[in-house]
Ligand binder design. Structure first.
Ligand code: PLP
Length: 427
């Protein structure tokens, strides 16, 4: 595979941009490679600056559920852009997208638009703290909620523990209010509530974890958290930035039938533009300015172009699209397992709808500890051979593989052939 142009651009980018990238995982450092500079995307494919074609399973890290350059989405955006790009005043597009979201996710009675998932989770925590007059929050190891200071904590030793710093530059007293528990551990959650219950402002969780590979909740886990939050007047926040409109039109909360108090959204609702949103119970959301005294604002929030891309995307997602995504993703799962078996590679696939995580182990993978025990060191080689055979996987074993409605059966078959080679190369 010829990648001279990408190599040259990367060299130049590193001279003016930190690490040559705008977000660290894009650097390919987790797969010991160099990033490709992507020029174009159509349907399920992306093309780099050297003209190589790849079947894309990153999809801009999840947003592009209809694939690249969807014609209806593009047409709406182009029409919208011709009328101006930003006003800093209310627009009808915000109203339409808000209506679409509220009718798809009934637990959202009121919402606010922001510019990223990070802003959504950050503002949801501020709101929960104001609502409860408490400071502590509980999160789960391996879940990602953006890069606000108090989320950059990892678990210490023992059960549910006070967070340990996961980044330089974060004050210890900020992370001191973050309690970290193991995903899928009811014992940890009970322990956290028995120790801190009346001090916990919020529990925040990815209802399907998508940032440590894909890890679904075990039966009863979300239900137990819901129950303890209700008992302790703790706000339950579902971070559905990935799962919202991905695993079903109503998100993971509809799939598992557990209602949070606040939901955070991003990715798909922006149709490929920078958007986030948080929303939930009216009596909590009303604490937000201008109705209440919790401050939150944004110059470009509710940007009409981004809102238009979101409306176009959501309005095209019908029940049959989710059925198709289920079918094609289930086929990919079967093909991956068959390819691994044919090369005698121990493998576990976790899948919820069109989100897949592959782990080099035969054991069940149900939390961060079990993810860490899988053979993560095999991933870089697997990634490289897949790429050389035309399959663009997320350049990190901790990220989800995504499919879009533009992925075809033929794409999946071609992917299976590439994977077979990649598994073979592992020996
Ligand atoms: C991507 C992501 C975020 C952060 O969203 P950004 O738009 O990157 O700030 C938050 N939570 C989850 C679950 C995510 O996957």
């Amino acid at each position: 595979m010829e990648t001279d142009r990408s190599k040259k651009l990367y060299r130049l980018a590193k001279r003016v941009m930190v690490g040559g990238v705008s977000s660290p995982v894009r650097s390919f450092s987790a797969v010991k490679g160099e990033p490709l500079f992507i020029k174009r995307g159509y349907g399920s494919k992306v093309y780099d600056v050297d003209g190589n074609e790849f079947i894309d399973y990153v999809l801009s890290w999840g947003p592009l559920i209809l694939g690249h350059s969807n014609r209806k989405v593009l047409n709406s955006i182009i029409k919208r852009i011709r009328m101006g790009t930003s006003f800093g005043a209310p627009s009808e597009a915000e109203l339409l997208l808000a209506e679409e979201i509220c009718s798809s996710i009934p637990s959202i009675e009121r919402l606010r638009f922001v510019n990223s998932g990070t802003e959504a989770t950050m503002s949801a925590i501020r709101l929960a703290r104001a609502h409860t007059s408490r400071n502590k929050i509980l999160k789960f190891e391996g879940c990602y909620h953006g890069h606000a200071d108090y989320f950059l904590a990892k678990a210490g030793s023992g059960l549910a523990t006070y967070g340990v710093l996961a980044s330089e530059g974060v004050p210890e007293d900020v992370v001191a209010n973050t309690i970290v528990a193991r995903y899928n551990s009811i014992a940890d959650v009970e322990d956290a509530f028995s120790r801190f219950g009346t001090q916990l402002a919020a529990v925040i969780i990815e209802p399907v974890a998508g940032n440590m590979g894909v890890v679904p909740p075990r039966p009863g886990f979300l239900e137990k958290i819901r129950k303890l939050c209700t008992l302790n007047d703790t706000v339950l926040i579902f971070d559905e930035v990935i799962t919202g409109f991905r695993v079903s039109k109503g998100g993971a909360q509809s799939l598992y039938n557990v209602k949070p108090d606040i939901t955070c959204l991003g990715k798909i609702i922006g149709g490929g533009f920078p958007v986030g949103a948080f929303g939930g119970k009216k009596e909590i959301m009303q604490r937000l300015a201008p109705e209440g005294k919790v401050y939150q604002a944004g110059t470009l929030s509710g940007n009409p172009v981004a809102m238009t891309a979101g409306i176009a995307t959501l309005s095209m997602l019908k029940a049959r699209d989710y059925r198709y995504l289920e079918e094609i993703s289930s086929l990919l799962e079967t093909e991956i397992l068959a390819a691994a078996e044919s090369k005698r590679i121990p493998l576990t696939v976790n899948r919820v709808g069109s989100m897949l995580g592959i782990f080099f182990t035969e054991d069940q993978v149900y939390n961060f500890q079990t993810v860490a025990k899988s053979k993560l060191n095999l991933f870089p080689s697997f990634h490289r051979t897949s790429l050389e055979n035309g399959v663009y996987l997320p350049p990190s074993p901790f990220e989800s593989i995504f499919l879009s409605t533009a992925h075809s059966y033929e794409d999946v078959q071609r992917t299976a052939v590439a994977f077979k080679k990649a598994f073979g190369d592992l020996h």
